[in-house]
Design a protein around this ligand. Structure first.
Ligand SMILES: Nc1ncnc2c1ncn2[C@@H]1O[C@H](COP(=O)(O)OP(=O)(O)O)[C@@H](O)[C@H]1O
Ligand SMILES: [Mg+2]
Length: 226
């Protein structure tokens, strides 16, 4: 369970990126976070991965008050949270396999475990046959699948995806969303920040709408109109 309790985030004095946001996300949920550019979607996700700290309020993840997290505890938190970005952030000089392996090695996984796990994850994202391709040789949709595979390397409990389809055409976007659904079905909580209304409406899952840093609606099987 992820709990936001009266969370505010102020970057600069003039405006609040988030204002008094309270929210509960049960383990295993699939939540789309929607709203216009600047609404606070990315800020919400960054607070969960402790990339940013809230100005006020409390965030609890599985009983752990991460508002009070110490710097040395952050790697432990991050291992529980896979993160996917709009621009993939793959290492260009490393193959698909190596991108995933590198993330695991940085996290301290032994070589034996890396060798055993990477093929399995590549298979999960349907890219086993592209293991030795460099990012340059992959389509946008394939790049994002590798980025998702990398995010899954630690078997995170939570996957946060910030506009993962923002650089993809409709077909590849849907591909990525199908993959997020599959990952969610395997038990991972998925938070998807997006302003792609077609995807959100097709998902028929929970939709939290932000406007000017406030939650303006939270619907179980929601829709979104731009
Ligand atoms: N690092 C930052 N410094 C200052 N202001 C920021 C920073 N990040 C975001 N903001 C501001 O906070 C608000 C919410 O931004 P963001 O969470 O990125 O929204 P979204 O992802 O919905 O587009 C915006 O007004 C944005 O300009
Ligand atoms: Mg954003």
């Amino acid at each position: 369970m992820i709990t936001f309790n009266k969370i505010s985030k102020v970057y600069s004095k003039e405006s609040a990126a988030l204002h008094d946001v309270s929210l509960k996300i049960p383990t295993g949920d699939f939540v789309s976070i929607v709203g216009q550019s600047g609404a606070g979607k990315s800020t919400m996700l960054k607070l969960i991965s402790a990339q940013e700290r809230p100005s006020e309020g409390m965030i609890v993840i599985d009983g752990w008050d991460i508002t009070k997290i110490r710097r040395w505890q952050i790697p432990h938190l991050r291992r529980q949270i896979g993160v996917v970005f709009q621009d993939f952030k793959l290492l260009p000089k490393r193959t698909a396999f190596e991108n995933i392996a590198f993330a695991m090695e940085v996290g301290g996984a032994p070589t034996r475990e890396v060798r055993a796990t990477v093929p399995h994850i590549l298979k999960l994202v349907n890219l086993a046959e592209r293991a030795n391709a460099y990012p340059d040789e992959l389509s946008g949709g394939e790049k994002q699948r590798i980025a998702i595979a990398r995010a899954l390397a630690y078997k995170p409990q939570i996957l946060i995806a910030d506009e993962p389809t923002g650089n993809l055409d409709a077909l590849h976007s849907w591909d990525i969303v199908q993959l997020l659904i599959k990952i969610n079905k395997l038990g991972t909580t998925v938070l998807l920040a997006t302003h792609n209304d077609e995807i959100v409406n097709a998902l028929k899952k929970r939709v939290v709408t932000l406007n000017d840093g406030k939650v303006v609606s939270d619907k179980k099987s929601g829709t979104y109109k731009l």
